[in-house]
Design a protein around this ligand. Structure first.
Ligand code: N0T
Length: 522
């Protein structure tokens, strides 16, 4: 009895997700944690010498979490012989720089392909069969129907998680795991190997049918349309239930990819249950399955992943596409908190991170190839992260409670309204003021911020390139104005006011402004 309760006790203190109001937070060492992250370029973490100059850069950027690959081919170069040297050094160096780690399991799949499987897997296509095209051509992708592949992946991933448990359970430098990377099927919507064709002819699993029936109204678009246009059948093989189409091919392969990822996740969590997720290469409108990595954890087939991989904590978008809001809307659901593990590293991220956190209660944000900058300290993301580091406790205390919101502007979308605490805040791009000489330019930089109601009439605003006016929504006091406006910063979580901003700085009481180029808290 004692032994059992000791285990239960210790697993409660592991990194985990916890509901707060309408959202979920990542809890690390008993406290909510906001991941101001960065993902390393694919090959950087394969050589800790190469990493040496990168760590101080990350610190200068105020990155508190690094997303770093663990490469199956280097972890298990010979079958059953594990080499944890790289993992150990990675964890040691991260600790030395007070940085947390999200490990990316580059196992069976990485950007659809199977390039990170060890040589002994790559060269034994009998034991570890590949996906095939309709024409019978083998693709450098392990088929999800290969039982030996799944077993081998599970063995390696389990060894990794056991090692993390043994070496990191106390310090908890590793706070989350990404299982595989951008899983998806190419160059056709599904696998056409013999194994796959047999599975395609099997009945659609009961659990999925049940989900379709109980969630009729709320199904993801591609799932709903395939199922309903085909008569909402409740039994039969994949084509009988979903019809004959590329959509059906994608739904089918998604299910089996999800099941495979689920088995890997389940095995890992059985050993060391910290949060685990998958990431998606987003598709583009009007591109057909097979022309993008199909069957991945994508919104138009999200039900398949939710039912097929229930042990995953959430699914996440990787941003190399436009339409930031569109995708964030789709990935923010009661059963799916938002985390952005990858976004192309560009200046606009410094604004987007405020919006992701303020508007979507994002758990974290992480530009890709974060080390690829020569000016870590002066870059815009460093400035935003510096502000967000100070604000983290305030943000975390107010997440999920309906008292925080975000804003994101460019020239086309230069205005937004936020309703908070009986006030309407009219929020705009700084250049709408018109008196900045740059306001006449064709391109405006992307700007953004967030606003938190911290008391009945108290608001904290942070960001860059924004200007805000305020109206009263309260009939008994129809006019609202600025009573007191201070800029400042936080030292050890305590607000230290700096200048009192009045006169020109608040346009004689008319607005709150953080000009383009400034990153601040008011
Ligand atoms: C990402 C990264 C890395 C014009 C690409 C994005 C990372 C992987 N894949 O550098 O490979 O490991 O997760 C693929 C999306 C490309 C879309 C290009 C649109």
């Amino acid at each position: 009895f004692l032994a059992i309760s000791a285990v239960a006790q210790s697993s409660i203190n592991l990194p985990h997700l916890q509901k707060q109001g309408s959202t979920s937070q990542l809890i690390v060492s008993g406290k909510p944690f906001l991941m101001l992250g960065g993902e390393l370029g694919n090959s950087s973490a394969s050589d800790m010498e190469y990493m040496k100059p990168i760590w101080p850069k990350l610190q200068q950027m105020h990155v508190n979490t690094v997303l770093a690959p663990i490469y199956w081919e280097l972890l298990e170069p010979q079958e059953g012989k594990f080499d944890f040297t790289l993992v150990d050094e990675l964890v040691k160096d991260a600790r030395q720089h007070q940085i947390k780690l999200v490990l990316l399991w580059f196992g069976s799949w990485k950007n659809s392909m199977s390039c990170y499987v060890p040589a002994w897997v790559k060269t034994d296509t009998k034991r570890f069969p590949r996906v095939q095209t309709k024409a019978g051509k083998a693709v450098e992708i392990l088929t999800p129907f290969g039982k030996n592949s799944l077993d081998a992946d599970i063995k390696a991933f389990s060894a990794l998680m056991r090692h993390i448990r043994e070496t990191d359970e106390r310090q908890q430098t590793v706070i989350m795991i990404q299982v595989e990377n951008e899983i998806g099927m190419l160059p056709e919507a599904r696998d056409h190997s013999a194994l796959a064709n047999t599975a395609f002819d099997q009945p659609v699993p009961k659990s999925l049918i049940q989900h379709l029936q109980t969630n009729k109204a709320a199904l993801a678009p591609a799932v709903r349309s395939a199922w309903q246009t085909n008569g909402a059948k409740t039994s039969g093989n994949w084509e009988a239930v979903f019809g004959k189409s590329l959509s059906t091919d994608e739904i089918f392969i998604a299910w089996h990819l999800a099941q495979y990822a689920n088995r890997v996740t389940e095995a890992g969590k059985g050993i060391y249950p910290i949060p685990m997720f998958v990431n998606a290469a987003l598709n583009r409108p009007n591109v057909k399955p097979g022309d993008y990595p199909s069957g991945g954890p994508l919104p138009h087939i999200i039900d398949i992943w939710k039912v097929g991989a229930p042990t995953l904590d959430f699914l996440s978008p990787d941003f190399y596409n436009p339409d930031f809001n569109y995708w964030n809307d789709l990935y923010s659901r009661p059963d799916n908190p938002l985390f952005i593990p990858e976004i192309r590293f560009e200046p606009a991220n410094a604004a987007r991170v405020f919006y992701a956190i303020g508007h979507y209660d994002a758990m974290g944000f992480s530009p890709f190839s974060i080390e690829s900058t020569d000016k870590p300290a002066e870059g815009p993301i460093a400035k935003s992260y510096h502000v967000l580091t100070q604000l983290s406790p305030t943000i975390l205390a107010h997440q999920g409670k309906g008292v925080m919101n975000g804003m994101l502007f460019d020239k086309k979308m230069a205005i937004d309204t936020v309703h908070l605490g009986g006030y309407t805040f009219i929020c705009k791009h700084d250049y709408t003021l018109g008196w900045s000489p740059k306001a006449k330019e064709d391109e405006w930089p992307t700007t953004g911020g967030l606003i938190i109601q911290t008391g009945p009439n108290d608001f904290t605003i942070a960001g860059s390139g924004i200007v805000i006016t305020c109206l009263s929504d309260q009939p008994q006091t129809p006019n609202a104005g600025i009573l007191q406006l201070d800029e400042g910063h936080y030292v050890d979580g305590k607000w230290k006011p700096g200048r009192r901003l009045n006169g020109d700085q608040d346009h004689q009481g008319r607005h709150i402004r953080i000009p383009v180029g400034d990153y601040g808290i008011q």
